[in-house]
Design a protein around this ligand. Sequence first.
Ligand code: NAP
Length: 429
Amino acid sequence: MTALGVGILGLGNVGAGTVRLLGERRERIEARLGVAPTIRRILVRDRERERAVEVAPELLTTDIDEVLGDPEIAIVVELMGGVEPARSYILAALRAGKHVVTANKAVLAERGAEIFAEAARVGRAVVFEGSVAGGIPLLRSLREGLASDRITGLCGIVNGTSNYILDAMTRTGAGFADALAGAQAAGYAEADPSLDVGGGDAAHKLALLALVAFGVQVDPGTIATEGISHVTAFDIRAAAELGFVIKSLAIGQRDEHGVGLRVHPTLVPRDHVLAGVQGAFNAVLVQSDALGPSLYYGRGAGMMPTAVAVVSDILEVARDILAGLYSRPGPSGHVPSTTSKPVSLRPLAEVVCAHYLRFRAPHVPGVLGRVAACLGRHGVSIRRMAQETPSADGSAAMVMLTEPVADGSLAAALVEAALPVTRLRLLAE
Ligand code: NAP
């Protein structure tokens, strides 16, 4: 009988959900596969800690070698998070002949090249559905459902915390700080929210999406990334008056000139499908040549949603083991084919889109003319303009919408205008 033992690294949120699903759905899994994967070891830091799921105490270990050295364990499921020791344990598992399932976007985005190269060398799978958009079967849809298609673009909400905050600001009129505090109180934001609200988490996920959708290995540090903390209640209101909702989007585009990736708050037309994504939900809109647009929507995080993705990966690997896939030479189809070196992304300066500009200026004749002249000199046309009633100090907040313009041209115009301007990009039409 083929060994279908599973070793789990980490018994936190996702680990507990995975253990629970594997137990509760055992009969159903057995009916589909003929045999159900069996958990043989669970690595934790602290064996005495209370867990969200009941496990036999003898399954818990603090020694990674008890997982790596067990010949009955065919699949190692890494659910610890972070880059180290996750990276070392994943590499050691592959070298010990194990397949790897992980939901850890950080380790794959930062060290994926090394991990995928090792998996290819030893002929083992690394699957990672839970690492992007939680429970939504997004990567599998891109990898399998669109296998014969050519994906040209994707654009979506992949960080539930940022969406929760912007949605709360939109619904209640709250400022960023109050909405963040509300998200923390409701358990949707970490005590240190910087990776989420700074856009870093979305950049990690976008790097993995680019790997699966476009087949390119990207250093997430090279993705143009802008967080949401500078978006004000005024911006949300002004955008709404202009017919837009502000969302933090991860955007990837591929054309004959290369691949462009960016994460930033974006003005989305009110009637666009992404505008209605509320709370901590995720949604990704994919554009491909043959299918056209397709939308993937659901819970992007949480114990049970993410566990669904992890268990689906375990079952996929188990099915391939039972089918003898790994005893034959040739690609397994799990590891994306990538160039060995990270690709250079198209610079943000080349991206052409319309912009929202907000600035405060003295309410005196000539100021607007000077700003408009600066913009004009750099080829930036103004589509709409609105001005608040001047405040007691005589200054007034101005909002402008530009026509589509290269990011770099607008940046040069704003430097010349020498005014502190907040600018947000519009979703390309
Ligand atoms: P978590 O609740 O913090 O759990 C982490 C677990 O890993 C804990 O059980 C911890 O053990 C164990 N662990 C950490 N470092 C370890 C080490 N050096 N040696 C042994 N055990 C170690 O994390 P989580 O929320 O489940 O997330 C797990 C992974 O899933 C992360 O990569 C995360 O990004 C990803 N993910 C999470 C979600 C979500 O909704 N939570 C969604 C998508 C993806 P102790 O309990 O003994 O401390």
